[in-house]
Design a protein around this ligand. Sequence first.
Ligand code: KG4
Ligand code: ZN
Length: 348
Amino acid sequence: MKEGKQITLALESSCDETAVALLAEGRQVLSNVISSQIPIHQAFGGVVPEIASRHHLENINDVLQQALEEAQVELPQVDLVGVTCGPGLVGALLIGVATAKALAFVLNKPLVGVDHMMGHVAANYIQHRELEPPFTGLIVSGGHTVLVQVVDYNRWALIGETRDDAVGEAYDKVARILGLGYPGGPKVEEIALKGDPKKIPFKRVYLEKDSYDFSFSGIKTAVMNYVHTEQQRKNSIDVADVAAGFQEAVLEVLVEKSIRAALEMDTGKLVLAGGVSANQRLCHWLEQRCGEEGLRLYHPDPLLCTDNAAMIGCAAYYKFMEGKQDDLDLDAYPGLPMAYDYLQCKRS
Ligand code: KG4
Ligand code: ZN
């Protein structure tokens, strides 16, 4: 590690990944260690909150140690401590927040709590060193589906959001219906490659004309009804065709609404973020449509798409650069509304 660089230590524990990262100057990743609990939760078909918190507690010190070793950084060299403070599972978030507060206190260094969704967007700053706001963002994860206008590093405006299920949640539920296991997104994407997306034309839900909102609960029910009806008729179900038909229907709406929003916002840039942005069909489709419309698409590599602490460190860095800082009464905010940041945007 070169002397004189600003070092951020970041922690992420909002769901089922215990993660610690070290960054230099906000965008240079020195280490990004992720301990996934997926195999533990697989047996239950989804994340069990109590088990997640317990494992975060057991893992966090080892993950921290590994991150410091890989980065070749000693704790006293850290200049800033960043941590996800919401949204997420409260017990899981608390482990990261308590650890971050202890580190900030012992090291006598500033502490910055980060909105997990701001972190997902910041993954793109790491991946694309030249990227700067303003841009239009599509954030697609297991808990959120939102279209935002990112005005600058710390100010956003909401353009549209899901009125029911998040798109990742829809993938996970459809995977469960089809018996594909957890986490559903990658499994549905994989099997959809072998299917015909036109065989079962699930309805595309665009809602009202001009609306930028989304709805994914209807298609989940449509998949369930299709499967039950075919089972009652004693017909065999081609899981690959169902997965491909489902994926095509949800991705078409995501692609077309985000292209329309980016054109209307007129920044020339569309930024994809969140766990579902690991989906290659979504990336390729958006790349093609952005090419046709003269927009530039940015998305992170798969490792930076799903939950990690490097993205949280980058978001913490830009908050700190703007003079934002938390004190030791920072708490976990499980339902942290994204309005937290939009309101700041509106107020200033
Ligand atoms: O961002 P993330 O790691 O955690 C949350 O903040 O929610 O996103 C996890 C979500 C899960 O619902 C998972 O099924 C979905 O992202 N996901 C995918 C893919 N990889 C992960 N969905 C579709 N295709 C993928 N390749
Ligand atoms: Zn996430």
